[in-house]
Each structure stands twice: as structure tokens, then as C-alpha cells.
Design a protein around this ligand. Structure first.
Ligand SMILES: Nc1nc2c(ncn2[C@@H]2O[C@H](COP(=O)(O)OP(=O)(O)OP(=O)(O)O)[C@@H](O)[C@H]2O)c(=O)[nH]1
Ligand SMILES: [Mg+2]
Length: 201
């Protein structure tokens, strides 16, 4: 089954994909990348190297559709899961053509995946009383949440302020599944695995 991993730039999408693959037992990941101009690339990366190469605090690190293949062990059998990491989506129209193309590709795929994981940085939600959930996160939840199997992964729960952010997300996105996780400590990964197996198609 295919799961699309979406969210704002810097939300924690790539770290989640890599560390979730590691949590499920992978020592290295096979990454199939499809750039905005249609160029396809394949590489095999050890988990440590993948973290170093694919994760960054600088936004728009991921510019391609990056698919990682994982064998997921259920109680009785093995399931072939693909997690597709994506470019971050913002309210603004980015200046660089390559980013706009990458975003267009992601938006065009929204209705295809049987499963969507919407990654939200809980530590950045409502950090002050003025800020609220971003328009992009609102839009993604409304659209993806209505057409596909969908869960919000409220990540960076290891960071200060994340608990308040999680409460705000739960208030705003009532009725949607919300799983608190941390890409660093792997908190919540067991719940993500259960969610996937429960909704396996
Ligand atoms: N403390 C903490 N930091 C995290 C967590 N997840 C990601 N980060 C950090 O947040 C930054 C962005 O992480 P990425 O996984 O690259 O985020 P992304 O959503 O893939 O970003 P783009 O590819 O730019 O859209 C990096 O510095 C990560 O180390 C988390 O759960 N906890
Ligand atoms: Mg990324």
C-alpha cells in the first residue's frame, strides 16, 4: 500500500520517514526520487547516511517525490508498504520554479494515495496565543481528510511547547485521527504502525 507524507516545509516529514523505516527494522533505505522536471533517481542509503543527506533544518530540503519501500510485518504476514516523502507546502507561492513544480506534483497526487500522513510540527502550532493552525494545514486536513485514509501525525512532541500545540490541534481537527509522535525519540511509532495495519487495503 502507498502512503503519502505531506506537510509544511521543515515539519519533520523526512526524519519521520527515515526513522520510521529504521523502527520497522530497515538498516538501509531504497529511495526512488522523482524530480519536478520528471528526472528519476534511485539510491540506497544506510539509515545514518539517509538522515545526514535527506534531513535539514533548512526548509525545502526535499524537492522530489521520494519513495521508500518497507516490508511491514503484520501478525501473520508481510505487507509491502511504500512511504512517499514530499516537498513542503506553504501558503505563499514560492519564487523558485523548481519548488512550484514539486508542489504542483504533490497536489496533483493528493487523491491517488490510499493513505495520507499529514505531518504537523506540534511545537510550532499556536506557540504564542496569536498564532493558530496554518491555512495550509487546515486545507490539507479538509481535502485529504475527506477523500482518503488520513491521519495527522503531530510531531516534535519531544520539544518545548508541543503539548500545547497538540491540544490546539485536537481542538481544531476534531474528528480526525491525531497521533502524537517524535521523529527523534520515536514516540508514537507503534501507534502509526497499528494505524497502518488497521487500515490496510
Ligand atoms: N526535536 C525534534 N526535531 C525534529 C523532529 N522531526 C524533525 N526534526 C528536525 O526538524 C528539522 C526538519 O526536519 P525534516 O525531516 O528535514 O523536515 P521536512 O518536513 O522533511 O522538511 P522539508 O523537506 O524542508 O519540507 C530538522 O532539523 C530535524 O532534525 C522531532 O520529532 N523532534
Ligand atoms: Mg524533507
Amino acid at each position: 500500500m502507498d502512503a503519502l507524507v505531506l506537510g509544511r516545509p521543515n515539519a519533520g516529514k523526512s526524519l519521520f520517514v527515515i526513522n520510521f523505516a529504521a523502527y520497522l527494522g530497515l538498516k538501509e533505505i531504497r529511495v526512488e526520487a522523482l524530480d519536478g522536471d520528471g528526472t528519476a533517481r534511485r539510491q540506497r542509503l544506510a539509515i545514518d547516511l539517509a538522515r545526514r543527506q535527506l534531513v535539514s533544518h533548512v526548509p525545502y530540503k526535499t524537492m522530489a517525490l521520494q519513495t521508500v519501500h518497507i516490508d511491514l510485518m503484520g501478525t501473520k504476514s508481510k505487507h509491502a508498504l511504500t512511504l512517499t516523502d514530499t516537498v513542503g507546502i506553504t501558503e505563499e507561492i514560492p519564487g523558485e520554479l523548481v519548488v512550484r513544480r514539486a508542489i504542483a506534483i504533490v497536489l496533483s497526487r493528493l487523491s491517488l494515495g490510499p493513505m495520507v500522513f499529514h505531518i504537523v510540527d506540534a511545537s510550532a502550532v499556536g506557540y504564542s496565543s496569536i498564532e493558530t493552525v496554518s491555512l495550509v494545514d487546515d486545507g490539507l486536513a479538509r481535502y485529504a481528510g475527506s477523500i482518503t485514509t488520513y491521519a495527522i501525525l503531530a510531531t516534535k512532541m519531544d520539544k518545548e511547547g508541543a503539548k500545547v500545540g497538540l491540544d490546539r490541534l485536537r481542538e481544531r481537527f476534531q474528528g480526525y485521527p491525531i497521533i502524537p509522535i517524535s521523529g527523534v525519540t520515536r514516540r508514537g511509532f507503534k501507534d502509526v504502525k497499528s494505524f497502518i495495519l488497521r487500515h490496510w487495503q
